[in-house]
Each structure stands twice: as structure tokens, then as C-alpha cells.
Design a protein. Structure first.
Length: 587
């Protein structure tokens, strides 16, 4: 009896174990199904977070609101709508160039519900970094020198930022289409004349034509405004916008007997005896140095237009802003004393208004923070509405729509037109005017050393490299057999190893040669004998621990020091960019 009962109990236990085992295994299998679904959903959420971070980061560092909207829209397109079936959290990462996105969503459990666990929360995070296009040449509300205005009526206030000098010893410059490329403008010129002795050819020339003239839209200068200026008026001005052939040192065709003129010779000036003096230098701050290489040819017509900000920071995608287009007729001479004296029968009001004066391009009201673009070109025929100039030929034309076209039809115009730009705002430290991608400029200061802002490099560029080129350097009246030197200087506000070791690992190459180590101190030797009409390239590594003060527009600027063995009278074209993918996932 006992033995039978034991056998019965053993069978019962076996049955119970079998039932329990099957139940447990069934439960584990059910849980496994739910877990598998969690993993599948997690992969979808991660993909959506990655896409959202990449989509939104391009609006940093200035437009976080747009970054949030764009990231959430991307998440929605991938199936996760914020506030509906997901929480999409968007914010800055460790740097203002980084966007951090977290997506959380709930997943229904098919089998977990049987034990009271109806849903599971799945969340994933992504972070992206964006190296925005780098401005060149100026962290201030002026690009180039800033001479005094001729009168309160057309001068505006002076520079508003203490971090910048009003005389950086450079001007913006652009040459006419019919100018020899070897004179310094890499992209706006068409012909290539015979190379100087010692050179096989000017760089980028084939069959006596400039093969690099691939930018018919001309050059762009970024007018960067912060959110503090949204809805407020910003006034744009150009100094000496029309071409007048005075020579790079302003000793040709200049007004005579200037010291006997009245300081108020016309309504645009209260300092005529100083403003119209010939010569250049610290005592001649008004000399832009317009120069024709062949006065038997037509002078350049120079066009300026303002384009709106856009999401891509692409100048050509920005629409033209109404009332912000102006053209200026060029002359192979300069205004005479009588042309500048209002009491004279030969007075030319437009010449007095444009020669060595700040001239309004327009005033505009920003509707968003970011980069607006001043477009400068010399390949558009005069058109639009001429400004009245009494009985004299008009010099200033407004609102020619052809200035905004992608191509230009004008092929004449010989010489280099130098100018300066500035933006005047209620708070000048909230606006900056700088070159964009390609920067043409003229240096005509009598000294042999010039130092200027080159490129703004934000902390997001750590671990990347600067790609840097300058064309036709060292056009100089050399007084010594020693070559000049171009040196790259790190930002004064930089931190990390760059402050102790300086710039290391710099390389350089002339034209298309293989890169080789640069000279000590990240410098390269330049000379008219080696660089006239030639291209110098440099690559500068950015240390992994590089940081700088990116919260102000004056922070994070690399500089260039040019030391030459003679007087600088040089038109050059500078290109700079950051190597590598500008948009990348980092987490």
C-alpha cells in the first residue's frame, strides 16, 4: 500500500512538474517575444534619433528653435510624433555646435499584459556635431579699413567693437573681367597674359584663359546678425564703391591744389583738405588704391546686392532684398578739384558722393538670425534706375535685377576696385561683416608687416584641419633679397595644447606640388620671384583638445601675419575652409 502510494505521488509530482515546466517555458517564450519586439523597436528609435540629430544640427549654434522644430519633424517622418506617440527631447550637447536628441516611446506587450505589464518604454539617444561654414577676414561690423565719414549725413557712427582696429590695413577688392589674372583676382578675371620671367604660366591658366573663372556670381561677404537684431534696422554702407583709377598708392589722377580747397567744398565733406590728399599710409587713410592695368580699356562696373539669410547658408539661395541693389560706373581717371567743389560749374554731385565716401547700399530689417550676404561682382552691365546727377552722366544705378542672376554678360572692365563694407546697428557688437569662402583683398599700406583676421574656427573643428590657400602673394617692391613670410597665428582666446605647443604639424605646397612640412611656427616663405601669379596652399591641423570663446563674435579667430621685404601693394585672393564632413554623428 505504501509502495503504491509512493508510486502514485511520484506520478503526481511528475505531472505537476511537467505542467509547471511547460507553463514556465511558455511564459519565458512569451516574454522572449516581447523582448524581441523591444529590440526591434529600439533599433527603429535609434535610427529616427540619428536622423533627427543630423537634420536639426545644421541650424546651430544660432537658431536652436529651428533645430528643435526640424529634429522633431524628422522624427515624425520616421514614425515618432512628439506629444502623440513619443517624447522627442532636443537640446544642446556639450558644445553649442552639438545637438542632442532623445526619443522615447511606449511599446504594447502582447504577453506581458497577462501578468500586468501592459507596455514597455523604449528610448534611444543621438548626438550630432556641425562645423558651420567659416567666415573670413573680420569679426567686426566692418570689413576692411574704416575711414571717417565725410559728414554726419552719410557717415554713420564709427566702429562699435573694441576688439577691432579701425585700420587693419586691408581693403576688399575685386577686378574687372578683362584684367589679367596674374594681377591677383583668382576668380573674377578672364585673360591670362604672358607669365613673368621664371614662371612657366600663371596658375590655373590654359590657352591664355583663366580656367578657374568658375564663379560668375562674384564674391560674397557675410553680414552675420544675432537674434538681438531681429526686427531692428541694420544699415549697410560701402566705402569708395566706384572705381576711380588713382593707382595703388593714390598718386595718379588725384585732385590738385587740395590744400587750398574749402573743407566744406561739397555737402558730403567737412574735411576736404585731408580727404582728397594723394598718397597712402596712416596719414592718408582714405586711399583705397583703385588701379587700372590698362587705361586704354574700359573701367570696371561694380555691382553690390544684399541677399537674405537661408537655412543652407548658401549665398545664391538667399533671395535678393528689395531696395538693396546698387551699381557704380567706373572711370579711368579720378574726380578733379572742380568736380568735387559744389560752387564750380564742373561740379559732379555723384562723384563727390562716391569718391572716398561711405555710400549707403540700403537699410534692412532682419527677420531671423544668421548670415545675410552682400554679393559683389563686375560682370553685369549697368541697368536699373540711374540716380540723378544733374547734367553729368549718372554714376549710381539702383535695382537692376540682373545683378541677382547666376551669370553675368559684361566681359569688359580692366582694373582692381578696392572698397570697405560696414553694417551699422543699434548694437554693433551684434553684427559682423566678413568674407565668405573666397576673400579678395588689397593691401597698400607703406609698412612691410600686416596682420589680419583670417578664419573663424569654432570648437567643433577640434581634430580636423584648416585647408588654406592664397593666390598671387608677394607682389611687392622688394628692398631685400630675403623672402617674405606668411605665418598662421592661433586665436588669442584658444585653450588646450595649442597654447603651449603652438600650431604643429602644418604642411604646405606651391601650386599642385606634394605637401611638405611648413617652416617652424606654421609659416611659409613667399617672394615675387616664386609666388607671382602662383598658388600657395597650407594645411593646419586643429588639436583634439582645441576650444575657444565661441559665445562672442570676436572669439575663435585664426590670424595671418604677412611680412615682406618692401612696400605692400598687393591684390590677393584667399580661400579657407575646414576639411572633413561638416555634419557628423558623434554619439
Amino acid at each position: 500500500m505504501t509502495r503504491r502510494r509512493t508510486r502514485d505521488e511520484a506520478g503526481y509530482v511528475a505531472l505537476v512538474v511537467a505542467i509547471l515546466f511547460s507553463s514556465v517555458m511558455l511564459g519565458l517564450a512569451a516574454i522572449g517575444v516581447d523582448v524581441a519586439r523591444w529590440y526591434v523597436e529600439a533599433e527603429r528609435v535609434q535610427t529616427a534619433a540619428d536622423a533627427a540629430a543630423l537634420a536639426g544640427v545644421v541650424y546651430l549654434p544660432d537658431n536652436m528653435a529651428k533645430a528643435v522644430t526640424t529634429a522633431r519633424k524628422s522624427a515624425e517622418l520616421n514614425g515618432y510624433e512628439h506629444g502623440v506617440n513619443a517624447e522627442v527631447t532636443v537640446g544642446y550637447g556639450e558644445r553649442r555646435s552639438q545637438l542632442d536628441v532623445t526619443i522615447s516611446t511606449e511599446v504594447d506587450n502582447q504577453f506581458g499584459a497577462a501578468i500586468g505589464v501592459d507596455t514597455a518604454t523604449v528610448g534611444r539617444r543621438a548626438a550630432a556635431d556641425y562645423t558651420s561654414p567659416a567666415p573670413m577676414g573680420s569679426p567686426c561690423n566692418t570689413f576692411g579699413n574704416e575711414p571717417l565719414g565725410g559728414s554726419d549725413a552719410n557717415s554713420g557712427p564709427r566702429l562699435g567693437q573694441s576688439t577691432c582696429a579701425s585700420q587693419p590695413n586691408l581693403w576688399g577688392a575685386i577686378e574687372g573681367p578683362d584684367t589679367d589674372k596674374a594681377s591677383g583676382d583668382r576668380y573674377s578675371t578672364t585673360p591670362c597674359g604672358p607669365a613673368d620671367p621664371g614662371f612657366s604660366a600663371t596658375y590655373g591658366c590654359a590657352a591664355s584663359r583663366n580656367s578657374e573663372a568658375t564663379y560668375p556670381e562674384g564674391y560674397f561677404f557675410a553680414v552675420r546678425v544675432t537674434s538681438a537684431l531681429i526686427g531692428k534696422s541694420v544699415r549697410l554702407q560701402i566705402f569708395d564703391p566706384a572705381f576711380y583709377h588713382t593707382g595703388t598708392s593714390c598718386t595718379l589722377n588725384m585732385p590738385t591744389n587740395v590744400t587750398s580747397m574749402s573743407n566744406t567744398a561739397n555737402k558730403y565733406t567737412t574735411d576736404a583738405r585731408t580727404r582728397y590728399l594723394s598718397g597712402s599710409g596712416s596719414t592718408r587713410p582714405f586711399c583705397t588704391g583703385d588701379v587700372s592695368l590698362n587705361t586704354s580699356k574700359a573701367a570696371p562696373v561694380t555691382s553690390f546686392a544684399l541677399r537674405g539669410a537661408n537655412d543652407a547658408s548658401d549665398p545664391m539661395e538667399g533671395p535678393g532684398i528689395a531696395g538693396c541693389t546698387a551699381q557704380f560706373r567706373g572711370y579711368t581717371t579720378a574726380p578733379s578739384t572742380n568736380n568735387l567743389t559744389s560752387s564750380s560749374g564742373s561740379y559732379n554731385d555723384a562723384a563727390a558722393k562716391t569718391f572716398r565716401q561711405w555710400v549707403d547700399l540700403c537699410s534692412f530689417t532682419p527677420t531671423r538670425a544668421g548670415n545675410y550676404f552682400v554679393q559683389v561682382r563686375t560682370n553685369v552691365e549697368l541697368g536699373g534706375v540711374p540716380e540723378s546727377n544733374g547734367t553729368a552722366t549718372p554714376i549710381v544705378y539702383r535695382n537692376n535685377p540682373n545683378v541677382l542672376l547666376a551669370t553675368g554678360a559684361r566681359t569688359t572692365g580692366n582694373g582692381a576696385n578696392a572698397f570697405a563694407l560696414r553694417a551699422i546697428a543699434p548694437s554693433n557688437d551684434q553684427v559682423a561683416v566678413s568674407g565668405w569662402a573666397r576673400m579678395p583683398m588689397l593691401q597698400n599700406a607703406p609698412g612691410t608687416v600686416a596682420e589680419f583676421h583670417m578664419l573663424r574656427v569654432l570648437p567643433s573643428a577640434a581634430g580636423q584641419s584648416i585647408s588654406f590657400e592664397f593666390f598671387d602673394s608677394a607682389d611687392v617692391n622688394e628692398t631685400t633679397t630675403q623672402p617674405g613670410k606668411v605665418t598662421v597665428l592661433p586665436p588669442v582666446d584658444a585653450t588646450g595644447t595649442i597654447t603651449t605647443t603652438g600650431l604643429t604639424g602644418c604642411t604646405q605646397a606651391l601650386n599642385d606640388a606634394t605637401f611638405a612640412p611648413a617652416d617652424v611656427g606654421c609659416s611659409v616663405k613667399v617672394s615675387r620671384k616664386t609666388h607671382n601669379g602662383q598658388l600657395q596652399r597650407m594645411s593646419i591641423p586643429i588639436p583634439d583638445d582645441y576650444t575657444c570663446t565661441d559665445t562672442t563674435q570676436s572669439g575663435c579667430w585664426f590670424k595671418i601675419r604677412v611680412e615682406l621685404g618692401g612696400t605692400i601693394t598687393d591684390v590677393t585672393t584667399w580661400d579657407a575652409s575646414l576639411e572633413g564632413d561638416p555634419v557628423r554623428l558623434i554619439e
